[in-house]
Design a protein around this ligand. Structure first.
Ligand SMILES: Cc1ncc(COP(=O)(O)O)c(C=O)c1O
Length: 483
């Protein structure tokens, strides 16, 4: 309902009184918007509570309470014997902008943030890619460590910390990656980051000149591809086959090669040993750097996984990037990079100038978590659950006309569709989504030609929902019912 403030100057007050409850709030919001939007200027007298209540058809108490709240906030004042007036307080608040404004970002910013998994409701059949199961996370232990470490920080918490991250954290990470992934490192080579994404950003900042060529696996990780492009690089897609990145197709002029050797993202195969050697030889021959993004290899189902690519590097060409986004939680935003000494100072300067340093209490708690064996225990426990889900998923997929890509690690599996599939993957994904089955099309990850298929995450999938979810896909792929 709209009421005119007919008593002094006419102001339309759009008060939504469609609900029987919350009328005070509705009146308050309408007056607040009129005051901060400049429609009731400073010094204006407002109608009496009695008159406004009558105009709006509400109780006087509702109007009185709304006025009192605005008086309390300083937007209105009562003058004895005279009435209620708008103060100048509202004019200090900038009006809500409805126009886009004259400013434009520079041309490189063509990537617009997409809805992330945390924004959406959890689907009934959750095959979203790259999501660990938060219910497995030991929140009580984590809370205890966080509280203890925050207390222990004492006065130091009032100071800035170094850009490399807490020494204790770097020591714990160095031991952890040396033990679990064979990474050759000491604490001085480790830099704590806000997830892998920041590690990629720092490396791009210190290595890339505008126009430099970056070679990327294709299909590959879109966030890496877009980030390098944003730094002015010319990103060249390099195909992937059963042995991973096809090293022979890397352009000779590539300054940087981005790869996911443990678990190719998103197809899932590891980079073979022969290809690893070929990649390092290529990098040495052409003076290139290599980013090894080891995002989810903690969860492995093979007995003896290949060690990290970095472990084979004798030349200081590999920057190893790790994250706790899959092994713990993506919302923690903690990762790290292990860089050759020749890049260290530049990376530290980049970190300090872009965001200072990460959350020190979180690093301290995580250091304890690692040192007390809790990370290893969590990974063991979570691995068992993920392996169970993977096996159920793989078994269910045998009912579908798809060809899963063999994979020995991680939290997702890719499956190719046959050339004569009733639906292409984008159509399949769209139709499945309407039935609360959420998965990805391989097309989301590819820029060049690719063999069509889908990617199914199983980290967040409730075990009992896996088979029914796959049955939905089966019906879509075999019967193609009307939408
Ligand atoms: C290839 C790849 N790298 C890294 C990450 C993790 O990124 P972050 O550590 O920034 O959360 C993901 C997550 O999905 C990924 O798929």
């Amino acid at each position: 309902m709209a009421a005119g403030m007919s008593h002094d100057r006419q102001v339309d007050l759009a008060v939504d009184l469609s609900q029987r409850t919350g009328r005070t709030d509705a009146i308050y919001r309408a007056l607040h918007a009129a005051l901060t939007g400049g429609r009731i200027p400073a010094g204006e007298r407002l109608p009496s509570t009695r008159d406004l209540a009558r105009d709006l058809g509400v109780s006087r108490a509702s109007v009185t309470e709304a006025y009192e709240r605005l008086v309390g906030e300083g937007f209105l004042e009562t003058r004895a014997g005279s009435g209620t007036y708008a103060t100048a307080a509202a004019s200090d608040i900038p009006p809500v902008r409805h126009r886009p404004g004259a400013l434009r970002p520079r041309a490189g910013w063509r990537w617009s943030p997409y809805p992330t998994s945390g924004d959406a409701a959890v689907p009934a059949h959750d095959f979203r890619v790259g999501i660990p199961d938060a219910s497995l996370f030991p929140f009580d232990t984590w809370r205890r460590l966080l509280v203890a470490e925050s207390r222990a920080a004492g006065r130091a918490a009032g100071s800035y910390s170094g850009p490399a991250g807490l020494p204790r954290f770097r020591e714990a990470v160095a031991r952890y990656v040396a033990g679990s992934r064979g990474v050759r490192t000491g604490p001085d080579d480790v830099i704590a980051t806000t997830g892998s994404q920041q590690a990629l950003d720092l490396v791009a900042r210190v290595l890339l000149e505008p126009g430099d060529v970056v070679a990327m696996e294709d299909p590959g990780y879109p966030e890496a591809r877009e980030l390098f492009a944003l730094h002015g690089a010319r990103v060249v897609p390099v195909p992937v086959d059963a042995e991973g990145l096809v090293v022979d197709e890397i352009p000779a002029q590539a300054r940087l090669v981005y790869t996911t050797p443990s678990h190719q993202f998103p197809l899932g195969m590891p980079l073979s040993l022969a290809r690893r050697r070929a990649l390092l030889a290529h990098a040495a021959r052409h003076g290139a750097a290599v980013i090894e993004d080891d995002y989810d290899s903690e969860f492995r189902r093979a007995r003896r996984p290949l060690e990290s690519l970095q472990a084979l590097d004798r030349d200081g060409r590999v920057v190893y990037v790790g994250t706790f986004s899959k092994s713990l939680l993506p919302s923690l935003r903690v990762g790290y990079l292990v860089a050759p000494p020749s890049l260290r100072d530049a990376l530290l300067a980049a970190r300090q100038l872009t965001d200072g340093h990460g959350a020190v209490h979180v690093q301290a708690a995580l250091a304890r978590f690692i040192d007390d064996g809790l990370l290893a225990r969590h990974v063991r426990k979570a691995s068992a659950r993920y392996t169970e889900r993977y096996e159920i998923l793989l078994d269910a997929l045998t009912d579908l006309p798809v060809e899963p890509v063999p994979t020995a690690a991680g939290l997702h599996v890719a499956a190719h569709l046959p050339a004569d599939a009733l639906l292409d993957s984008r159509e399949l994904v769209a139709r499945a989504r309407r039935r609360s089955v959420v998965l990805d099309s391989l097309g989301t990850y590819a820029v060049g030609p690719y063999r069509d298929g889908v990617v199914l995450g199983f980290g967040g999938a409730v075990t009992s929902t896996i088979r029914p979810g796959i049955r939905v896909l089966e019906r879509l792929l075999t019967a193609c019912p009307p939408v």
